[in-house]
Design a protein around this ligand. Sequence first.
Ligand SMILES: Nc1ncnc2c1ncn2[C@@H]1O[C@H](COP(=O)(O)OP(=O)(O)OP(=O)(O)O)[C@@H](O)[C@H]1O
Ligand SMILES: [Mg+2]
Length: 258
Amino acid sequence: MSNNVLTFDEVSFSYKGKKKEKVTPILDQLSLSVQSGEFVSLLGPSGSGKSTIFRLITGLEQPTKGLISLYGEEEMKRLGKVGYMPQQDMLLDWRNILDNAFLPLEINGFTKKDRKEQVLQLLEEFGLKGHEYDYPHQLSGGMRQRVSFLRAMLGGGNLLLLDEPFSALDAVTRLSMQEWLLDQWEKLEKTVVFITHDVDEALFLSDRVFLFSQSPLSTFKEIQVPLPRPRKLEDLLSPELATIKSELLRELRQQVKL
Ligand SMILES: Nc1ncnc2c1ncn2[C@@H]1O[C@H](COP(=O)(O)OP(=O)(O)OP(=O)(O)O)[C@@H](O)[C@H]1O
Ligand SMILES: [Mg+2]
């Protein structure tokens, strides 16, 4: 039996435009698979369709052609089956931080009494202690990102989709969040698909990096990261990694036509 948590089998997709408007394909027969317990990053130019891949996985969009399987089953009803942190946080302005974080548990039928302690403890771990009863507009960008991240962690299923989760963080906090994420990933045995524009971040975190370059997305270059785990940030300084990094940067730079 295959160990795949996620499979795209020749998936095509375009957003429906208004009548007569030209429809631009975003995905064209894209096939990929992610195995249980893997950490995979998606790298590619802005506007190429990375976030769209996540919207397809979560079931917010459906492919125009091809099949998406989750947890080994072809699955049309994918909503609520994965933990999803969207690129723009979707915190509910009228709910305080505790209630925002609690949302996925509530959807899955837990009462607040059941899990309040768990959520409060996580909020503390995420550096949000003291803000439990604040509202989203009272938080900084980085804090909102952490609430959104926490909410994705509490979402159902083994698969966690993180869309540029650390982009609003300062460099130092970002590094500690990366280490923290690897810790959580190992402890909770999650499967992670991670979108980033940061090559170092992708290499430090991932087992494999998928580098997209064509538009529409149809094939990609796959890079296996040859680092043992657990990893340290200094591992990125090895000559082998430096070579891989410069290749990735070169390919990415070729795609950006200024
Ligand atoms: N809801 C939508 N309706 C119509 N077109 C959309 C919609 N969302 C995205 N697009 C278009 O689809 C393309 C891919 O967008 P997507 O957000 O997936 O890119 P991305 O690779 O995540 O980019 P970035 O790195 O900037 O986040 C873009 O051209 C975008 O304009
Ligand atoms: Mg995006």
